[in-house]
Design a protein around this ligand. Structure first.
Ligand code: PLP
Length: 400
């Protein structure tokens, strides 16, 4: 493999570019995870993640990918045969449902069109049917939705799902995946009444892959006392005592925790509100480019379009994967591929994590040049439109 000058542009919707400050923190010598120095690190990470999730409750940190955190959310709250209502917004929702099935849960799916976010009305109908089915609360024990469906570029209105649960008076737990939205889109674990929030390190948190998170409501914690699915490594309750003093029941990913403490510091130095505004603004610029190119958004309703990534549909008969390969080869820019039934149909531009105006403009320039070299039917002028958008909206630019 020949060496390539300059920084590689990792513009997939996760893993994202890891800032130098975080890489530097991770590069420190590993310390004794049972020694005196570790407690402050463990506490800083647990407290910091509470602030990021916006919860006063418990947070669990696992050395794991997001998939592990999905499993942890399920095995700690449910028992074999329990029914989980999953809204299939796209590929990642389908994968979470598959995890649930393999664990012995019964999955009821609401089929989405893979081109929009959750329809809370459909959730409310399913819950009302369930509650009306017999005496008591019905069979559904948990509702699982994605805040941001990374395969389609659609974000969902989590408070609307909460209202659907409340309106039907249904006692099911609300489980929410925020792997590609936490620290990029506004999120409120407590304020939105979520029972378990699932997250991972490698997207908005700007870390390498390797940490999975659960934020846990009081109701979910109580459910974990009765949940019968087999669990050992994922057991929230095993975390409780050691976490209280900043330690873990097993060897934690010490160096990723150094990185996490640094990433949280960076997010808080910028200010979470400014982080969210920056993501909104960079997403708006990206959308202007896509519109100028005359290409279609995979996500149809404008109000569902995600601030952390944009999935763009290739014109019929054109391969998104061939375009991505060309852009990688010529410009050293990685774009996200189409997943599941969107394979080769869409490419995904990640605009989350450690990035600024010119990171996005560089990425868009690579896409525009790639479309042109591929001979795809499109109009030039996307980068110009994005520049106009960014120049007209200095709201979250550098401090004067
Ligand atoms: C990336 C992602 C995951 C999967 O996480 P892994 O770390 O690959 O296990 C889950 N959900 C969503 C929404 C994601 O974007």
């Amino acid at each position: 493999m020949r060496s390539r000058p300059g920084r590689h542009f990792l513009q997939i919707p996760g893993p994202t570019n890891v800032p130098d400050r975080v890489l530097g923190a991770i590069g420190r010598p590993t310390i004794d995870h049972r020694g005196p120095e570790f407690a402050a690190l463990g506490r800083a990470c647990l407290d910091g993640m509470r602030r990021i999730f916006r919860t006063a409750g418990r947070v669990c940190i696992f050395p794991a990918s997001g998939t592990g955190a999905w499993e942890a959310a399920l095995v700690n709250t449910l028992s074999r045969g329990d029914r989980v209502l999953v809204y299939e917004t796209g590929h990642f929702a389908r994968l979470w449902a598959e995890v649930a099935r393999r664990l012995g849960l019964e999955v009821e799916t609401i089929e989405g069109d893979w081109r929009s976010g959750v329809d809370a009305g459909a959730v409310e109908e399913a819950l009302a049917r369930d509650a009306g089915a017999g005496a008591g609360a019905g069979a559904i024990r948990a509702v699982a939705v994605l805040h941001n469906e990374t395969s389609t570029g659609a974000a969902s209105d989590v408070p609307a799902v909460r209202r659907a649960l409340d309106a039907s008076g249904h006692p099911a737990l609300l489980l929410v995946d925020t792997v590609s939205s936490l620290a990029s889109l506004p999120y409120e674990h407590d304020g939105w009444g979520v029972d378990v929030t699932v997250a991972g390190s490698q997207k908005g948190l700007m870390l390498p892959p390797g940490l999975g998170f659960n934020a846990v409501s009081e109701k979910a914690w109580r459910a974990s006392a009765d949940a019968k699915l087999a669990r050992s490594y994922w057991d929230w309750r095993a975390m409780e005592d050691p976490n209280a003093s900043g330690y873990f029941p097993f060897t934690p990913a010490t160096n990723l925790l150094f990185g996490l403490r640094e990433a949280i510091a960076m997010l808080e130095e910028e200010g979470l509100e400014r982080v969210f505004a920056r993501h909104r603004r960079l997403a708006a610029a990206t959308r202007r480019a896509v519109q100028a190119w005359g290409l279609d958004f995979n996500c149809r309703p404008p109000e569902h379009r995600s601030a952390s990534l944009t999935a763009v549909r290739m014109p019929d008969g054109w391969s998104a994967d061939a375009l991505r390969a060309l852009i990688l080869e010529r410009f050293d820019v990685s774009l996200g591929n189409g997943l599941g039934k969107l394979q080769d149909r869409v490419f995904r531009i990640g605009h989350l994590g450690d990035l600024n105006d010119v990171t996005v403009l560089g990425t868009l320039a690579a896409v525009e040049m790639g479309l042109s070299l591929a001979g795809a039917p499109f109009q030039r002028g996307g980068v110009d439109a994005a520049m106009d958008q960014l120049a007209a909206d200095p709201a979250t630019g550098p401090e004067p």
